[in-house]
Write a protein that binds this ligand. Structure first.
Ligand code: SF4
Ligand code: SF4
Length: 163
């Protein structure tokens, strides 16, 4: 019988292996375009009626406004405006580690960064669909309503992604 002093977990590592100290010294944000500071996301209710969808149609008419449909079904409003505390040249926060930095930013975990996974140099985000005016116009003909204007049928996420 052989004994083993370490357990190897099967994960994709892209050929990179780092020890704990190397991980601790690394700044995981260093090579990132900082989408966390360049887009604002606001929770939005799931559209349930004709007027809900009409409101979304109104919203995406504004420059810099899009809707996000997450793969778990959540909707969000996305506003493409950088935080005014971001240094746009360096991608660094100008109030980092000062009392002016919001705790929302201070306690954000970059090791599980949803922003990086979906916005950093990504043509096709894996976990969400960005819905701009043109994409919404492609989706709307596939939505069905009852006679009171309630949504009866809306395409599944995978179908919307193809649309
Ligand atoms: S928190 Fe995420 S999106 Fe922001 S700079 Fe770090 S890795 Fe990039
Ligand atoms: S306060 Fe700093 S970390 Fe937070 S969003 Fe603005 S630039 Fe980014």
């Amino acid at each position: 019988m052989t004994t083993c002093n370490s357990i190897t977990l099967e994960r994709s590592t892209n050929g990179q292996r780092k020890n704990f100290l190397e991980m601790a010294e690394e700044n995981v944000c260093a090579s990132c375009s900082a989408p966390c500071c360049r887009v604002l996301l606001v929770p939005h209710p799931t559209p349930a009626t004709f007027m809900d969808l009409d409101y979304i149609r109104y919203v995406v008419g504004f420059h810099g406004a899009q809707m996000i449909l997450n793969s778990d079904g959540r909707w969000q409003l996305l506003i493409e405006q950088a935080c005014r505390l971001l240094d746009q040249e360096t991608n660094l926060c100008t109030v980092h580690a000062t009392p002016r930095q919001p705790k929302t930013c201070v306690f954000f975990n970059p090791y599980r960064c949803w922003y990086k996974r979906n916005f950093d140099k990504r043509e096709k985000p894996p976990e969400l669909i960005r819905i701009d005016m043109d994409r919404l116009e492609a989706i709307l003909p596939h939505v069905r309503f009852d006679e009171d204007g309630n949504v009866l049928d809306i395409p599944k996420w995978e179908v919307i992604r193809e649309l």
